[in-house]
Design a protein around this ligand. Structure first.
Ligand code: URA
Length: 435
């Protein structure tokens, strides 16, 4: 099963067999394929595609490239959520403890931010002491004890994806639906989940540019997840403006704590609540959406959701006092407003431009090896439809380096479009795909 022969077959447009796909994934895992051979086949797949069967075989091989966690001894249906990523997307921080407080075990494997899109692990690590690098045994134990764990991909889980993702990142082969599907689902399936809710985002601040592209990715994920024996549902959500009012790691933790206190911004709560309803239905603790919503409201108003977040932080070594006193989170040295140049209504906020402003301040990473500054970012972002008067802040820059402020201020100011009349923002949840 020589690499050049397999590469040539895909180059010439043939469907690969289970053995050929197995050889490719094994070659990525054990090092027997060189980077240039893996990259050549990735490009061939990117150009020629995988059919439904090849995509399912590839996802299964990727899942089996390392350990598959066994959570079957933990009672309940274990449900995770995956988002394709966006700007200000702190949904996981609110959703995971909220759903766990309703009795659904949530084993959540998250990623780091790269480019314009933020990462749950970076946000959690803004909490002093918080460990995202649990071993598989610690992860299993915490899901059993606390009902929720929020961790990063361990070295044992889907190791083929680590190598292939790094190569895709530098060979222009990220934008392939079968490759994205194998990458996302292999990590989730290896983590031992029973069901998955997907947040597939589209728009200016998302990975997928428009609704048809997002629908195609969501349909593939749902179909391949089903073929692997899991229940998968997907929401297609708009990501044109940042989600919530804060973009930056500690700033987003503060906003998440407010959300768990019942004081979250409407857009963040809309997406989080919709995903939480899906997770309660998948987890079998609610018979219908109305029952799920009632259970969720009870967990929020009783403080159970916030308590669960506190438990998760403490279990993972973090300073749980941040829940009562967010000032214990890292704070930036300089805080400056960006003012509205005239009066009007906020017609649009360009999520990507806000993300680049936060990135310039040091909140994210341009390359995987960069470090992030947990304190910096953008907060108090005026929402679409809001009325503003000239000289009123549209957003606040939180910076540690004065030198970063000039560029960030220009980027942030350019993110806002002001109109003469009020606009009503469209619903964020545009569609839902279920098996
Ligand atoms: N996220 C992943 O984990 N993998 C991809 O390929 C794209 C987004």
């Amino acid at each position: 099963m020589s690499p050049p022969r397999i590469i040539a077959r895909k180059r010439d447009g043939h469907a690969l067999t289970a053995e050929e796909i197995g050889a490719f994934v094994r070659g990525a895992t054990d090092g027997s394929w060189a980077d240039y051979q893996l990259s050549a086949l990735l490009m061939a797949i990117c150009l020629r595609g995988f059919d439904a069967e090849e995509t399912a075989l590839y996802t299964a091989a990727m899942t089996r490239s390392g350990a598959v966690a066994d959570l079957s001894a933990i009672p309940g249906i274990k449900v995770d959520k995956h988002s394709t990523g966006g700007v200000g997307d702190k949904v996981s921080l609110v959703l995971a403890p909220w759903v766990a407080a309703c009795g659904v075990p949530v084993p959540m494997i998250s990623g780091r931010g790269l480019g314009h899109s933020g990462g749950t692990l970076d946000k959690l690590e803004a909490i002093p002491g918080f460990r995202t690098g649990l071993s598989l045994a610690e992860y299993r134990d915490q899901v059993a004890r606390v009902g929720c764990a929020l961790i990063g991909q361990t070295p044992e889980l889907a190791p083929a994806d680590r190598r292939l993702y790094a190569l895709r990142d530098v060979t222009a082969t990220v934008e392939s639906i079968p490759l994205i599907c194998g990458s996302i689902l292999s990590k989730k399936l290896a983590a031992g989940i029973d069901a998955l809710a997907l947040d597939v985002k589209f728009g200016r601040g998302a990975f997928m540019p428009d609704l048809p592209a997002a629908r195609e990715l969501a349909a593939t994920l749902v179909r391949v997840g089903r073929a692997a024996g899991k229940q998968v549902r997907a929401l297609l959500t708009r990501m044109d403006a940042p989600l919530g009012r804060a973009v930056g790691n500690a700033l987003e933790v503060t906003e998440s704590i407010a959300a768990l206190r019942g004081a979250g911004p409407a857009d963040l709560m809309e997406v989080t609540r919709a995903l939480a309803v899906e997770m309660l239905l998948l987890g079998g603790v609610a018979a219908d959406p109305a029952q799920a919503r009632a259970r969720l409201e009870a967990a929020l108003s009783s403080g159970a959701a916030l308590e669960k977040f506190r438990d998760v932080i403490a279990a993972q070594g973090g300073d749980a006092r941040v829940v009562d006193d967010p000032h214990r989170l890292p704070v930036a040295r300089h805080v400056e407003p960006v003012m509205a140049p005239r009066s009007g209504w906020v017609a649009a906020v360009d999520a990507r431009a806000v993300a680049f402003a936060a990135l310039r301040l040091g909140a994210g990473r341009a390359r995987a090896e960069d470090t992030v500054d947990p304190a910096v970012g953008v907060a108090g972002v005026a929402g679409v439809g809001e009325a503003v008067t000239a000289g009123q802040p549209l957003a606040w820059l939180h910076a540690n380096e004065r030198s970063s402020l000039t560029d960030a201020r220009a980027l942030l100011a350019g993110a806002f479009a002001l109109g003469e009349t009020a606009v009503v923002p469209p619903p964020l949840v545009a569609d839902r795909l279920a098996e």
